[in-house]
Every structure is written in structure tokens, then in C-alpha cells.
Design a protein. Structure first.
Length: 99
């Protein structure tokens, strides 16, 4: 997972821009799976799935530590991302139950 060696500030910034594109694409992909999951659940409480959320965040924190990255940073990012995606999943769940 070593980044490529950059010779200039421009190269480093272009590499960061490329990584940012990948991050956003992966978040969108994750959100698409979240919307699919909504169709398998039977209640709003099941959508909220606190145990699953805690497990996902814990696993992400462990991965961050293994990569020498701040687990607090990853925790904060995941909490924000998951909270937004739970709201999206609830909307998808309600919409699916209407049809």
C-alpha cells in the first residue's frame, strides 16, 4: 500500500486527487449496497442495527491502527458516513414498503 514516490508538488497533488476520486467512488459503492440492504430488513429498528454499526466502526478502527492511521479520525469519518447512510437506508426502506 505504499504510495508512489513523487518528484514534484504537482505530482503529489495529482496523486492525492486520484486517491480522493477513489475514496468518493468507494463511498458511493458502499451507499449502493446500503440501499440494497434496506430491502432485506423488516423494521426501522432493524435498519438502525446498532450492534452492526458498532462492529463496523470497531473493525475500521482496527484497520486504521494496523495502517498506522489515527483510529479517532477513522471513527469520526465512519460515524458521520454511517449516520448519513442509515438515513438513506431508512428512506429506501420506507419507499420499498410502499410498493
Amino acid at each position: 500500500m505504499q504510495p508512489k514516490e513523487c518528484d514534484t508538488l504537482t505530482q503529489a497533488r495529482e496523486a492525492i486527487d486520484s486517491v480522493d476520486e477513489e475514496i468518493v467512488t468507494l463511498i458511493a459503492k458502499r451507499n449502493d449496497y446500503i440501499k440494497q440492504i434496506a430491502h432485506f430488513k423488516t423494521s426501522i429498528e432493524e435498519v438502525k442495527a446498532e450492534d452492526r454499526i458498532n462492529a463496523v466502526i470497531s473493525k475500521a478502527r482496527e484497520r486504521a491502527i494496523s495502517l498506522d492511521l489515527s483510529p479517532n479520525l477513522i471513527n469520526d469519518l465512519y460515524v458521520r458516513m454511517i449516520n448519513a447512510m442509515v438515513e438513506s437506508e431508512i428512506a429506501e426502506f420506507k419507499n420499498a414498503k410502499r410498493h
